[in-house]
Design a protein around this ligand. Sequence first.
Ligand code: PEP
Length: 245
Amino acid sequence: MKKLLVANWKMKPTTLADVELLTRASDAEGVVLAPPFPYLDFVKKMARHAELCVQNVFFENPKNGGAFTGEVSCAMAKAMGATYAIIGHSERRQFLRESDAMIARKVAVALEAGLIPILCVGEGHEVRHRGEAQAVGFVGMQLMTDLSLLKNEPSELIVAYEPVWAIGTGNNATPEQASVMSNAIRKAISTNHPSLRLKVLYGGSVNAGNIAGFARERDIDGFLVGGASADAGEFPKLISIIHNL
Ligand code: PEP
């Protein structure tokens, strides 16, 4: 199975010309593009091979919309052509105070709406400093709440293990650390939700220089890439490494 490459562009690029450039550079099989909301339609119309993802959804999906200024529903994301939704990214947990309780609701409504959630979990520096067992325990607690509203129906879920200390820092986890955590995530989820079809991704300062090392790990099904995915020079290198594995 080819490893999945999810490109989280975050709040970039800032011009439509650069969106066009980046979409052209990133449009390949096995790639999922997560542009900012205003660019979704543009990217959807340009991309021939890549699938589409939103970077967030609201935790309610009322049939006729609702009075939630600034929010975007799962139904809207679907209508714009998204297949996936990133949920619980650490930047939203940190800067927007998204709680695990909110994230649980988002995961549930996304699945109900037919989107595949890409649920982000991961420990911070303090927890990692205390050791691997603590990191596994911390992520286990996140998963317990984040998946607490799941109905026991067969569905597809992606979990991205993204240690907070590795995101945007250039200080990536080692492939071994990522593999241990991915394996623990897989075990925790398959015990409680045996009918879920699960992929586990690694995210945190992935680039063309280190992706091959992670890709050799059987427990890692792919990557959630931030900084390097918004770089039209760098991202094609990641695509070509994954395609040539
Ligand atoms: C991310 O934003 O999900 C991420 C992994 O960022 P970066 O690759 O820049 O560390």
